[in-house]
Design a protein around this ligand. Structure first.
Ligand code: MV4
Length: 510
């Protein structure tokens, strides 16, 4: 926790870090170690018994086994990780994403052990870990939020009146939830009470906290998030947006930066809001402020993620920054040297998460051995992965094999490069989401930028990957014609329809 610099380092001479323990595995562990190495900092890997031969173990300067394969006996055991720091003399811990990265009590233990956690304060983690506390903090800065209740619902009849006021459909959310967990849509007031009871009992059993609140349900949102950086000197900047609407069951599959629909005006407004949200909790380190954007291009604050995110590379590609290096510098107590006004978006980047999942079989995890594993190369291609040919994908962890990131002078070039890179990627032995990625890149709703969080359920089924399927080809053609019509209408006449309004609304801002 870098807040200690205020306590122990008032003149900002900094906390030298010579060795970092990376409390994670796979691609993110490697990605963090690479930046540390460039900075002349030694690295320590921790690993479970299932990861003895993993790349992150071989890459690190030292490695320590912290327990059996199951993550609740290894990567999630904070005391083992702190012990590994003591044994190796690492002064700092980088938690990556997932595992202990947003665990406030771990953050406190790290601090109490005299170590530096490369991340925000436990207080910021705690506030943002509770959606109602997060909204309360953001409210002080007048951040736009979806109409609903500001506090946990205690009186169902009162809540129902509020629901009628804001209008159905409404969404019941669990305060302790996040990432889509514990949400329920209610279509009308007749269903309200029953859904409320179900939501409370679900939240109680899932999170040990039955607090729920309601919001108007935004039916066709885009998910847009803003990367922020804060330091221990009170400086906070934003690094523009990432568009993350292409997801299935709250799991992101494709992310890009910048978004195809934001105007400079909205981008600046959203950026300022994100900085204010971070300021509301004295945010230190790298964080992400999540918004939804409706068809009128109005945006609303949803939540803040207090970690480095999976999709951070697209931001790195368009800003030229190394986010891990920035995190480490902030943890050393340095002031952010970049001025907001000096930041500029260069080009366009897209990330495809390559999962060991079978898109033809409802994205069922497909574990096995990487019989062939050849990554794409060349101009504008970045692959962040943690596997080699011949390795087995362990069943114990997330099935993400790699992140395929392409960069281009503009969106079209980034898409063309993604298609070329997908074609070059050679993986046998397991099914992957590469073919799904190509489907998205070639879909007219994606290429025209007219999509929302329902893209996958709306356009994708197993037949989508089989171009010889006549019915599917016909459906695709109809979709194309409709989208082209919409586009034409938006280019030449006043809007009349309620569908595909993204680019039409964008025109209002130009
Ligand atoms: C919403 C919403 C519509 N209206 N809130 C899902 C994840 C969590 N962060 C909040 N989520 C949503 N909140 C209101 N008032 C729709 C979603 C949502 C969603 C948001 C972002 C990305 C994908 C999503 C998929 C389904 C629902």
């Amino acid at each position: 926790m870098m807040s200690h610099s205020q306590d122990f380092d008032p003149v900002g001479t900094g906390f030298p870090i010579s060795k970092i323990l990376v409390a994670n595995r796979g691609e993110i562990a490697l990605r963090i170690m690479r930046s540390a190495r460039e900075m002349g900092i030694k690295t320590v890997a921790v690993y479970s018994e299932a990861d003895r031969t993993a790349l992150h173990v071989r890459y690190a300067d030292e490695a320590i086994c912290i327990g059996p394969a199951a993550s609740n006996q290894s990567y999630l055991v904070g005391s083992n990780i702190i012990e590994a720091c003591k044994q190796t003399g690492a002064e700092a811990i980088h938690p990556g994403y997932g595992f202990l990265s947003e665990n406030a009590s771990f953050a406190r233990d790290v601090m109490a052990a005299g170590l530096i956690l490369i991340g925000p304060t436990p207080e910021a983690m705690e506030i943002m870990g509770n959606k109602l506390a997060a909204k309360a903090a953001a409210l002080k800065y007048g951040i736009p939020m979806v109409p609903g209740t500001e506090e946990a619902i205690t009186d169902i009849e009162e809540a129902k009146q509020r629901a009628i006021e804001v209008g159905f459909p409404i969404l019941i959310k669990a305060a302790a939830g996040g990432g889509g967990k514990g949400m329920r849509i209610v279509e009308n007031s007749a269903d309200f009470e029953e859904q409320m009871h179900l939501a409370v009992s679900e939240a109680t059993s899932a999170f040990g906290d039955g607090s729920v609140f309601i919001e108007r349900y935004v039916t066709s949102p885009r998910h847009i998030e803003i990367q922020v950086l804060g330091d221990t000197h009170g400086n906070i900047i934003h690094l523009f947006e990432r568009e993350c609407s292409i997801q299935r069951r709250h799991q992101k599959v494709i992310e890009e930066a910048p978004s195809a629909v934001l105007t400079e005006e909205i981008r600046a407004k959203m950026g300022k809001c994100a900085v204010d949200v971070a300021r509301a909790v004295n945010y230190v380190g790298a964080g992400t402020v999540e918004f939804i954007l409706d068809e009128n291009l109005d945006f609303f604050f949803l939540e803040m993620n207090t970690r480095l995110q999976v999709e951070h590379p697209v931001t790195e590609m368009i800003t030229g920054l190394d986010l891990v290096k920035e995190q480490i510098k902030i943890a050393r107590g340095e002031a952010i040297s970049i001025k907001q006004e000096a930041l500029k978006i260069n080009g366009h980047a897209i990330e495809l998460r390559v999962y060991a999942e079978d898109p033809l079989n409802n994205f069922l995890p497909d574990i096995g051995t990487l019989q062939t594993y050849k990554t794409p190369k060349g101009n504008g291609v970045r692959v962040d992965d943690g596997f080699e040919e011949g390795m087995e994908i362990p069943i114990y962890y997330d099935p993400m094999i790699a992140k395929l990131i392409t960069y281009g002078a503009n969106r079209e070039e980034a898409i063309e490069r993604m298609i070329r890179a997908i074609d070059e990627y050679d993986i046998t032995g397991i099914q992957t989401t590469l073919s799904f990625g190509k489907f998205v890149m070639q879909h007219v709703a994606f290429t025209t930028g007219k999509f929302d969080t329902h893209f996958v359920s709306k356009y994708f089924n197993a037949n989508s990957l089989n171009s010889s399927n006549e019915e599917e080809a016909l459906l695709a053609a109809i979709t194309t014609i409709q989208l082209l019509k919409d586009q034409k209408a938006s280019s030449y006449v006043e809007e009349t329809t309620q569908k595909s309004n993204w680019l039409k609304n964008r025109k209002k801002y130009n």
